[in-house]
Design a protein around this ligand. Structure first.
Ligand code: GLU
Length: 298
């Protein structure tokens, strides 16, 4: 398999300029290192009808091109089921019956880091599980042997974060993001993961899972987000932040692309022209403040 990078949008609505900037970065990282670039739609949950087509159109409109067809996670359930079956056969999963509220209210386990699953269902007896199954369906959790893991990131260096008994399959039967992303990246030959740095805290969990599944670790680059004037991660409520909104305001797709390139210190024009200038070491390490917005309510 040719080494590849990727962009993996969740089709929950239109992409905003923050998402588009991350896509441009993922494209630049992949193309500047001779990788192919794959497009994977992460539609296991939060998918909104019609959103995928609009997202793909907008990516193409700013010059983010991809190789081969679009891969959709909803077509790949057999791969996720296979991985969970392997983990289960190795004794590395357990059924969890906790509601979100029960988890919030449970006393945290001794030595467990903040935000970690407290382990309520880790050691249930078969008889206890039997009783709980009658009340609600189980989620499947990983039985992790560690509480922390470290990953190497091209922009953040060594990053340590929580590894807990995270969910692999939700109790509504939907495969969890952390499992799907690991299985897909490995199955697609993706050896470079470039995405928003809001996902950095999930990465030690994913790397731990990849090792358990004997899957190679990709190289990671978690890139700064775009924020509004208040320093908060950009969202649709921040005004004109999608290509469609901006077009209505008279700002064309090429202008948006050029503004995003300028925010990265790169010349205007086709993305291909930026390749020769792209230097990961010179990338801004701080969030970019979207100049279009102004303070909320202003
Ligand atoms: N689907 C995720 C998102 O849109 C990205 C996941 C990833 O790049 O690993 O936030």
């Amino acid at each position: 398999m040719t080494p590849a990078g990727r962009f993996a949008p969740s089709p929950s609505g239109e992409l905003h300029v923050g998402n588009l900037r991350t896509a441009i970065l993922a494209w630049l990282f992949a193309r500047s290192t001779g990788r192919t670039f794959l497009m994977r739609v992460e539609d296991l949950d939060r998918a909104r009808a019609g959103a995928e087509a609009v997202q793909l159109r907008d990516l193409a409109a700013i010059g983010v091109t991809w190789d081969g067809g679009v891969v959709r996670q909803t077509d790949r359930e057999h791969l996720y089921a296979g991985a969970i079956a392997r983990l289960t056969a190795a004794g590395l999963t357990y059924e969890c019956f906790c509601t979100r509220r029960e988890i919030q209210e449970a006393p945290s386990a001794p030595h467990a880091p903040q935000g970690a699953y407290p382990g309520t269902c880790r050691n249930l007896s078969e008889a206890e599980r039997e009783l709980k199954r009658a009340v609600r369906p189980a989620a499947i959790r990983l039985r992790a042997a560690v509480v922390e893991g470290t990953v190497q990131d091209l922009l953040h260096g060594s990053y340590a974060g929580v590894v807990d008994d995270f969910v692999l399959r939700r109790n509504d039967g939907v495969t969890a993001y952390n499992l799907a992303v690991v299985v897909d990246d490995a199955a697609q030959g993706i050896d470079q993961v470039v995405r928003g740095d809001d996902l950095l805290p999930s990465t030690p969990r994913q790397a731990y899972l990849a090792r358990l599944l004997n899957m190679p670790l990709p190289e990671y680059a978690h890139v700064p987000l775009v924020v509004n004037a208040d320093g908060v991660r950009l969202a649709k409520r921040d005004g004109a932040v999608t290509l469609a909104d901006l077009a209505l305001a008279g700002i064309g797709n090429d202008d948006v692309r050029d503004a995003l390139l300028a925010s990265l210190g790169l010349p205007a024009g086709r993305l291909e022209n930026a390749l020769a200038h792209f230097d990961p070491a010179a990338l801004p390490r701080v969030p970019w403040v979207w100049p279009g917005g102004g303070s909320r309510g202003a």
